[in-house]
Structure formats: C-alpha cells, structure tokens
Design a protein around this ligand. Structure first.
Ligand SMILES: NC(=O)c1ccc[n+]([C@@H]2O[C@H](COP(=O)([O-])OP(=O)(O)OC[C@H]3O[C@@H](n4cnc5c(N)ncnc54)[C@H](O)[C@@H]3O)[C@@H](O)[C@H]2O)c1
Length: 421
C-alpha cells in the first residue's frame, strides 16, 4: 500500500480532504478561476484560450517580457472574453518586462498562473508562483538541466495541499491515449519486451523582430538554443518519452545515444536528430529516434511490443492493440496516416484533438473540488529522463540514472534580462 509520502510523490491527487475548497483557498466554488497567463506566445495563447472555452477559468491578467507580445495577447483575450460575455482585461493586470512574472504572481486578483515562458525560466517562475500560493499550470519541461530539476523537487515539497500544480503533458489526457494506456497497464500485451518511439517534426521558424539586439534575437528564437530550450529531446520529444515512462511505470535506468546537427544551418546549438537507446527495468529497451528539420509534417508516436500483443500509440493514425486481446480506438481508424495535421501555434488535431480540453477540465476540477494535484515530481522525472538521453548523446557514452543525478549540469542564460526593462 502507498504511504502518504509516496502518494504525494506520484503526482496523484493530494487534496486536503477535510477542508472545503472555499476555506482551503480564497477561491470560491462556482465562481470563475481567475487565470493569469505568463508568456503570451503561441502555446500560452492556445492553452489559455482552451481553458477559457472548455472550463470555468477566465483570463484576467497577462504578463510577458516583451510589450509587443503583451499587446497581442491583450487584443486576443479581450476579443475572446467579449465573445464569451466576459469583461476585458483590467489594464492594472497587464505586466511587461523582466519582473512581470513577480508582479503577476503578487496580484490578489489571480488564482491560477499559467507558465508558458521558454523552458529555461519554468522553474524560476514556478518557484515564484508556488511561493505566492497560486495554483499553477506549468508547461513542460520542468527544468532544462539537473540543477533546475533538483530545485523543482524542492519547490514540490513547498506546494500546499490546497494548491494544485499541473505540468503540461496533455498527451496523457487525449482520450484514445488514456484508453490504450489503461489497456496496456492492465496487461493487454502480456510481458513487455521492447518499445520504439519516434518524433519527426518540422524545423521551427525564425522569429524576426525589427531592431532586435543579439540577446533579444536569442530570447525570441529560444527554441534554437540549448540553454533556453533544453534541446529538442528535452523540449519537444519529451511528450513521447513521458508516455513511455507513464505506460511502463518507471523512468529509464540508463541510456546510450547518438545524434547531431546534420541539416540545420541557422543560429543556435540544438541538435536536429537524436537516436537513443533507453534501458528500463527488466531489460526493456526503448529505441527512440527524432528529427526536427525540413517540413515532413508532424509524425510522433510510440509502439509497444509484448509477448501477447503489440500496441501503436501515434499522434495521428490507428491507436490499437493487436494480438490476443485486440482493441481499437474507432475514431483513430478514420484518420489518414501521418504526417499529421499540426499547427505551429501549439494546437493539435487527430488523436490529440481533445487532449488539452480534457487535461484542463481535470485540472480545474482539482481546484474547484479541493482534490489538488502536485505533478511537479512526475514532471521532473520525465525531464530528467530526457536529460539522460541528452547527456548520453552529447558525451557519446552510456549514462546511468545515478550518474545523471550526481552531475552538476547547470545551463547559463548568458544575458542580463534587465536590459528588457
Ligand atoms: N505542451 C505542448 O504540447 C507544447 C507545445 C508547444 C510549446 N510548449 C511549451 O510552451 C512554452 C512556450 O512555447 P511557445 O511556443 O508558446 O513559445 P513562444 O516564444 O511563442 O512564447 C513564449 C513567450 O514567453 C515570453 N517570454 C520569454 N521570456 C520571458 C520571461 N523571462 N518572462 C516573461 N515572458 C517571457 C516571450 O516573449 C513569448 O511571448 C515552452 O515551454 C514550450 O516548450 C508546449
């Protein structure tokens, strides 16, 4: 049986069951959860829009380091709020500059902070939001390096039972993926032998801003830089590695990897391809390969092979189990084969169509019911799994989980954000 400590660490519900939500937190049941968006970019805007349309959350505040991004966010959410019969955003709740996140988390008019800034800042912003007593929806990855990952684990311990913190692994909530995961965990494949995964994505597009200094260029094109993004394995491929960890119920014990930068010629230092062999308990190997260049469409997924059957879990295409306990997600049989439909604005279609909606509904329910989540440790476990593959690739050697944790890897931002004040 799980003890309370293990229970908290699994990232499962952690509500203080004896307190009513209204007593446990200033939030009143049946009133809108007041959401403050930190990072008014592509994904942040998509997720806050989805929160607004799918849940009782209402976007009441915005923050971004850059005034132009804040202004775009304001016009988008004022229009959205008007369409939903809600008030426009109070100008007192619009913050820009490097300290915008501090002003946002200090606001008494905000219940929930959505952290949608570049990965380098997630843990710093999470720390501030948790310390301010807010509920938090934090995008993946939880940390770009080992020092940040360990900091996040300390922050996780400071989350009050009345605070709910989710990490942006929405793929787990996609109905077809949630359903097949249940089958796999119930043993539909028999003894698991091996797993294969892939993530082939288009190159990210350059963001040009007139008059931008080299630092500003780097910040706006953060996807291209290891320190800001964590590299493609940690920033993007993490979704598939998270699904593997989740379905196998474990993190990898070691990894060997290759990869490099064979096609990309633009600025930055991220690799454009990885091939990783992760070893999980019981000698189960997970062969993972990814690319991020050209425009191949968007093709990502996982295949699991067991003694009694196998399963395919793609972003687009058949989600099914074949073998002694065959099963299909009927809607997925009608989708065309990959490359999948994918919008660069961070919204997904095909098998992920309802992933955000369902993730957000469950999260808001956790707040309104007082059955709070604390997903930080689970988010860190997946981020570290990706860092394991990244370190094995960079160092061209096998790296164990213990070696990873003992490593002091710490990325430097390499710029003073106060220049954007
Ligand atoms: N869960 C998913 O499927 C998914 C999909 C896409 C992106 N993401 C994640 O969402 C996050 C944002 O990605 P995006 O594509 O929206 O990027 P983006 O560049 O479009 O948006 C980031 C925003 O943050 C702002 N910003 C940068 N530094 C800041 C700081 N220090 N303080 C305040 N604001 C700051 C930028 O000005 C920008 O508006 C990333 O962590 C990314 O990994 C998740």
């Amino acid at each position: 049986m799980m003890n309370r400590r293990q229970f908290l660490q699994t990232g499962s519900a952690c509500g203080l069951l004896l307190l009513k939500p209204s007593t446990a937190f200033s939030y009143q049941a049946n009133s809108a959860v007041r959401l403050g968006l930190l990072g008014c970019g592509n994904r942040g805007t998509t997720v806050s829009t989805s929160f607004s349309k799918s849940t009782t959350a209402q976007v009441v505040a915005l923050a971004d380091i850059f005034p132009d991004k804040l202004a775009l966010g304001r016009s988008h959410f004022d229009q959205l709020n008007a369409g939903l019969g809600r008030a426009s955003i109070d100008s007192k709740l619009l913050f820009h500059g490097p300290h915008a996140f501090e002003q946002l988390v200090a606001s008494k008019d905000v219940d929930l902070i959505q952290i949608s800034t570049p990965p380098f800042f997630h843990v710093h912003h999470l720390e501030a939001a948790v310390a301010a007593g807010k509920h938090v929806y934090c995008e993946k990855p939880v940390g770009v390096d080992i020092v940040q990952a360990k900091q996040a684990l300390e922050i996780a311990k400071r989350v009050k039972p009345t605070q709910s913190v989710d990490v942006g692994f929405q793929c787990r909530s996609a109905p077809p993926i949630a359903a097949i995961a249940e089958k796999i965990k119930a043993g539909a494949l028999g003894k698991l032998g091996s797993v294969a995964g892939y993530y082939n994505a288009p190159a990210s597009e350059e963001k040009v801003h007139p008059g931008a200094s080299p630092d500003e260029y780097r910040l706006r094109n953060w996807l291209w830089y290891r320190a800001l993004s964590g590299d493609i394995l940690v920033e993007q491929n993490i979704h598939i590695i998270d699904l593997c960890n989740w379905m196998l119920g474990s993190h990898p014990l070691k990894a060997a990897a290759t990869g490099g930068r064979n096609i990309l010629t633009h600025a930055g230092d991220c690799w454009d391809n990885y091939q990783v062999d992760f070893t999980y308990p019981d000698e189960v190997h997970f062969a993972f390969a990814s690319t991020q260049f050209g425009n191949p469409g968007f093709n990502a997924g996982l295949s699991l092979y067991g003694g009694n059957g196998s399963a395919t879990v793609p972003y687009a295409g058949p989600v099914q189990v074949t073998g002694s306990q065959p099963w299909v997600w009927q809607d997925s049989m009608n989708t065309t084969a990959p490359p999948a439909k994918f919008a660069a604005n961070g919204s997904f279609e095909d098998n992920l169509k309802f992933a955000d909606r369902d993730k957000e509904r469950t999260f808001i329910d956790s707040i309104t019911s007082g059955q709070c989540h604390n997903q930080i440790a689970a988010g860190v476990e997946t981020a570290l799994s990706c860092m394991l593959g990244r370190m094995a690739g960079y160092e061209k050697r096998e790296v164990t989980w213990e070696e990873l944790l003992a490593n002091g890897e710490s990325y430097k931002l390499g710029m003073d954000l106060d220049q954007f004040a």
